[in-house]
Design a protein. Structure first.
Length: 265
């Protein structure tokens, strides 16, 4: 991955830095089917996922030199289900996590509804386990039931709690609470993962991904649902922030990537 100069408007975290053409006009309604159902839909989905996993595993290890740290921590809870969270700093970060860490756990990836705006992309995204987060109140009830069913059956969902993509950003932005609300509702652990980048030894203007799996954080039986939601969010943020600060050079994460921070004029 070639290092590019980027400015970060740190007075407004709620925006994408990298813009993507997402199309227009797609809205989930109360009848929208969020996950593949039935034998043929599931078989088609599993086939695509298997092929994608093999292809991307080869690509990430051979061409991107991705390094995974503490992968065994996920393996230990593979049968429990839970909520995987990560800092959203690359277009392919969740694909790396899915292909190299969670693999055949068939994790469901929560994404913005607007990402489903392009019809052909919408079709494939659904069958590679992407789930749009609806903006319609009518669709939200079915959406929550879908997520609860996944977690209650020991499945996994993946959420970027920062909400927006900031490529190669070395810090941690404020969290939205949705991921932790799901974990608290279903009494499932949160599994934090940090996506970081190391400089190339030979190609100095390239950076290569490093993904670290952190210890799972479980709801506290002595807390109510709302208190657990806040506890999970705070504990996850602190653990991820500490990991990022330890990985990057002290006080020089931007210089490490030749980035600078600017506020919008």
């Amino acid at each position: 991955m070639k290092n590019k100069h980027t400015s970060y408007p740190e007075d407004n975290f709620a925006q994408h830095i990298a813009q993507v053409n997402t199309g227009k006009g797609f809205k989930c309604d109360e009848k929208y089917q969020f996950v593949p159902k039935g034998f043929f839909q599931k078989a088609f989905s599993y086939t695509i996922l298997f092929i994608a996993c093999v292809v991307f595993t080869f690509y990430f290890y051979v061409f991107q030199h991705v390094k995974i740290i503490d992968k065994k921590k996920f393996k230990k809870i593979k049968k429990e289900g839970g909520v995987v969270i990560f800092n959203h700093v690359n277009f392919m970060d969740i694909v790396m996590i899915d292909a190299l860490i969670t693999r055949f756990s068939f994790i469901k990836i929560l994404t913005l509804e607007e990402s489903f705006g392009v019809p052909i992309a919408r079709f494939f995204m659904k069958y590679v386990n992407c789930v749009p987060i609806p903006t319609s109140f009518k669709a939200h009830k079915n959406f929550l039931k879908t997520i609860d069913d996944i977690l209650d059956n020991n499945g996994f969902i993946a959420v970027a709690p920062e909400g927006f993509l900031w490529p190669y950003y070395p810090g941690l932005r404020p969290f939205y609470e949705g991921a932790f609300r799901f974990a608290s509702r279903s009494n499932k652990p949160v599994i934090p993962m940090t996506v970081m980048f190391r400089k190339g030894r030979i190609l100095k203007n390239h950076v290569y991904p490093v993904i670290k799996v952190l210890d799972p954080i479980y709801p506290d039986k002595n807390l109510d649902r709302k208190e657990n939601e806040k506890m999970l969010s705070k504990s996850s943020f602190e653990a991820m922030k500490k990991t990022l600060e330890e990985f990057y050079p002290e006080n020089t994460p931007y210089l490490h990537f030749n980035y600078e921070v600017k506020k919008d004029e």
